[in-house]
Every structure is written in structure tokens, then in C-alpha cells.
Design a protein. Structure first.
Length: 492
């Protein structure tokens, strides 16, 4: 079973960066034990111009039979002979998907301490799987990978026997994917879609597979046109688990439709009902609170940091007092959607001159962000791993240093009031943490003291007497006294 991942490089970004992202050194061949065999990782080529990493999985057929115990098509054959004569050692399947998640675990999670900026950036990729079972043929392969951002999806049918073309084609294809994607996204897609195309798993599908599917499908599965087929096949057609996954994906879809977290889904659903007194969605209340805060601060040049799909930018644009609006996001896709939402291509010259959408990471200092009246971090900080939060704090409060900074974040105490949110779950699949009111204030007080700001707090949404508001808002205002951090930032 074989898979290759290739990329090309440039003077600024050599192709051998692939080794850092995969956490596998190009100069070494490495071996890993799996439950059903041995996985080898090696690099057939590794230069600054082009780098290829290969994953070779040697399946132990005896271990497969012993461990399978009749679970899944790979372990529950149609005949006794099929236990020993099958395609499992040769064709990409759930065995290869499990090897991917084992060998490239950090890469799947999008973690690379050596090159953190490369993790978030799309890169030119070419992925080849020589033998991929495709129950549904090449057309299904294109339907599954086509909507995921690949520039080219090639699925060449493999003949049953090249010596006897009259026998026709097998159910296998040679898959080649080419395009510019984040490496982590590409690996997650393969992790889900390899067993989906094979329509079989070599192990018993337990309830925790729903969580695995949603984690790997984050950012693409909820909007995929073949979502139901993918979910059903991935979960081995276990209808109870499939229904549970589809319900959770629908919540994600509703959230992503307006960049809402789960907290807003109930209100979004209420908007579709024909009632006289419709509740105002929390996302709208949050934007209104931010706008009121910016107006009270007298801001005219505003940064929307982590602008997502541009909802706040759109609201700012409607108020003429905001003369310059800059939306910053790490996701190029989100900025593209924001541009469409704002109809930048149809906008008049004077109006368009007020807006700038730019790609950038908020954990790195950026000279372009200096000198603005205000910056907004709306539902942003909770999407960062806690160890990376100090880098954002310095980039915004220590380097950019706007006069006013508005921060909003969920209040985890309020989660018990959301009927659609299972106990113990965060509101959005990408949230790394959610703070209580005391934790948020402790963080904000510390940041304000360190960087020379004063800070006040306000609730957003209904302020429950027991658990507080659903969203907590902090307003940081720069003081006149220069702190050591400010002096260091100026010197830098």
C-alpha cells in the first residue's frame, strides 16, 4: 500500500520544508509499527526545488485476520478463502488511513513548532495513490475530491489485466491530486475519504468514530455536496451514528452560514419561524455592541482582526464615520468569501477605498497594523492554542498598539443554557478553550497592566443572574503612561 506527497519550492520557501511539516527528516528512512503491519516513511527526492515523501504500508495478512474477528469487510469476508486472498495489503483503505493518522499525527493536527507560519499557508501539493478502491468509479472520486479546492483530480481506472483488455476495468483507480492546499487539510481529507471510497473498514465502528469524523472533516465536510454519502460510508452505514453525525454537521453548517458559533444556532433557527416577536441573533447583538463601543471611542480607522467572512466589516462599512476599515484573517478562503459578501468587484471607487482585506497571522507582528484608532478581536482568542496567546497579545497590544481594543469571547458558564449543546462540549469545533467570567477578567487585567491599557467590561446578550451573559466583552483603552513593554515595542 503506497502513497506519495510532493511539493515544489522557491527561494523563500524550499520544498524540503515538507519534512518539517510532516515531522519526518528527509535524510532518514523511518519505520513505525501499526496494529496490522509496518509503515515506512522515506523521501525518494528532497531538494530545494522539489520534495517527495512516501508512505509505504506493509500489511501482515495473518495479523489482519487475527485482529479482524469478523469486523468490517476486511475482516468479515464473503468466504473463508477471502480471509487470506484479498486486496487489503495492496489497495488504499482504512488501513492506510489509520497509518496516516499514526505516522503523521502532528501534521494532521496542523502543528509545527519549527515553521508555524507554514502550517497555515497553502502550499503546492501533488498526492498520488497508485491503487485506490473506488466503489462508485472515477466519477465518485471526482465528486468527493472536486469540491475540496484541488485544481486537478485525476482518477485513472486500472484494467483488470492489461494483457486482456476485453476483461474491462477493475474497481481500482490511480488517484492524483494537484493544487494549493494546507497540508493538514489535505491529510484530513485523505483520512476520511480513503475508507469512504473503499466503502469498508477493517475495524468495528464505535460511537467515538463520530467525533473522529467531525474533527477530520472540520472546515469542509459540513458544506460538502456529498456529505450524507461520506458520513454514511465512513460510519459503515450504522444509521444511528450516521444520524447523530448528520445532526451535528447541520449545527456546524448553520454556524458557518453566518460565521456563528453553536450559541447562535438556536436564534438562527428561530429566525426561520413566522413569529411576530423574533429574537435578535446573538451574532447581531455582538456586532451592535462592538459598533456602539467603537462609536463611543470616537474611532474612525478600525482593524477587524480575524475578520472571517466579513460580517463586521460589512456593518462598519454602512457607517460613514469609519473612514478606513482593514480586515485581517489567516484564511485566504475566508477573505475570498468576505470579498464576495462585500461585492468589492461592484463597489464604487470611493467606497472601495475605505476597505482593505489582507491575509496575515495575528500571532506575528505586522508593521501594516500600526497607527489605527481601534482594533477588534471578535470571537478570535478562543480559536488559538493557549501557548500561542502571548504572541497575539504582543502583536496587538505591544506592537500595533491601537488606542482602543475590543475583545469578545464566549462565557463558558452560559453554555448550560443552550439546549442544542451537549454537556461538556464547547460552542464551536475549533474552540481551543472557553473561559468563565473570572478567567476572562484575570487574563484581560493582566494584559492591560502589562501593555499600558485600562480595561472595562460589558455583557452581550441576556445577562443571566446565575451564569452571566452568553458573550463577554472587554474594552481596552491605552493610557498615557508608557510601559516598559511599549518602550521595547517602539525600540523594536
Amino acid at each position: 500500500m503506497f502513497l506519495t506527497i510532493s511539493t515544489t519550492g522557491s527561494l523563500a520557501r524550499p520544498a524540503t520544508d515538507l519534512g518539517f511539516l510532516l515531522h519526518k527528516h528527509p535524510d532518514k528512512a523511518q519505520t513505525f509499527s501499526t496494529a496490522h503491519g509496518t509503515a515506512h516513511v522515506f523521501y525518494p527526492e528532497a531538494t530545494a526545488e522539489r520534495c517527495t515523501s512516501a508512505l509505504l504500508l506493509e500489511v501482515d495478512p495473518v495479523a489482519l485476520v487475527r485482529r479482524g474477528k469478523g469486523k468490517g469487510r476486511g475482516g468479515a469476508p464473503d468466504s473463508a478463502l477471502a480471509q487470506y486472498v484479498n486486496d487489503r495489503p495492496y489497495a488504499a483503505s482504512s488501513l492506510l488511513a489509520v497509518a496516516l493518522s499514526t505516522v503523521f499525527k502532528s501534521a494532521l493536527r496542523g502543528v509545527c513548532a519549527a515553521l508555524p507560519e507554514r502550517v497555515e499557508a497553502p502550499m503546492p501539493l501533488r498526492i498520488e495513490v497508485p491503487a485506490l478502491p473506488a466503489r462508485g468509479g472515477p466519477e465518485l472520486v471526482r465528486k468527493l475530491f472536486g469540491p475540496l479546492g484541488w485544481a486537478s483530480v485525476t482518477a485513472e481506472p486500472v484494467a483488470l489485466d492489461e494483457r486482456f483488455p476485453e476483461w474491462g476495468e477493475s474497481r481500482y483507480v490511480r488517484l492524483v491530486l494537484e493544487g494549493e492546499l494546507r497540508l493538514a487539510d489535505a491529510l484530513r481529507q485523505l483520512y476520511v475519504l480513503l475508507p469512504v471510497l473503499d466503502d469498508a473498514k477493517h475495524y468495528w465502528v464505535a460511537p467515538d468514530e463520530v467525533d473522529k469524523l467531525l474533527r477530520a472533516g472540520e472546515g469542509w465536510l459540513a458544506a460538502h455536496p456529498e456529505q450524507q454519502l461520506i458520513t454514511s460510508r465512513y460510519l459503515s452505514r450504522r444509521w444511528g451514528l450516521t444520524r447523530q453525525a448528520m445532526e451535528r454537521l447541520e449545527l456546524v453548517r448553520l454556524a458557518e452560514a453566518d460565521d456563528l458559533d453553536v450559541e447562535d444556532v438556536d436564534n438562527a433557527v428561530d429566525e426561520t419561524t413566522d413569529t411576530e416577536d423574533k429574537p435578535v441573533p446573538l451574532a447581531v447583538q455582538r456586532r451592535d455592541a462592538i459598533l456602539d463601543t467603537l462609536r463611543a471611542a470616537g474611532a474612525s480607522r478600525v482593524l477587524d482582526l480575524g475578520c472571517g467572512q466579513g460580517q463586521l466589516v460589512q456593518a462598519l462599512l454602512k457607517d460613514v464615520r469609519f473612514t478606513e476599515i482593514v480586515g485581517v484573517d489567516v484564511s485566504v478562503r475566508a477573505l475570498t468569501i468576505a470579498g464576495r459578501r462585500l461585492k468589492l468587484d461592484q463597489m464604487g471607487e470611493r467606497q472601495a477605498a475605505r476597505i482593505t482585506l489582507t491575509q496575515g497571522s495575528l500571532t506575528y507582528t505586522d508593521k501594516r497594523l500600526g497607527g489605527y484608532d481601534a482594533a477588534v478581536l471578535s470571537e478570535v482568542i478562543e480559536h488559538l492554542d493557549l501557548p500561542r496567546l502571548p504572541a497575539l497579545e504582543y502583536a496587538v497590544f505591544g506592537s500595533a498598539r491601537p488606542q482602543t481594543v475590543v475583545v469578545t469571547t464566549p462565557n463558558v458558564e452560559y453554555n448550560v443554557r443552550w439546549e442544542t449543546l451537549p454537556a461538556g462540549h464547547v460552542r464551536h469545533g475549533d474552540h481551543r478553550f472557553e473561559w468563565t467570567r473570572a478567567e476572562f477578567r484575570a487574563w484581560a487585567d493582566q494584559v492591560a497592566a502589562r501593555y499600558g491599557y485600562g480595561v472595562t467590561y460589558a455583557p452581550v446578550g441576556p445577562d443571566d443572574p446565575e451564569v452571566g451573559p452568553p458573550t463577554q466583552l472587554a474594552v481596552f483603552t491605552k493610557t498615557k503612561t508608557k510601559t516598559n513593554s511599549e518602550k521595547e515595542a517602539k525600540a523594536a
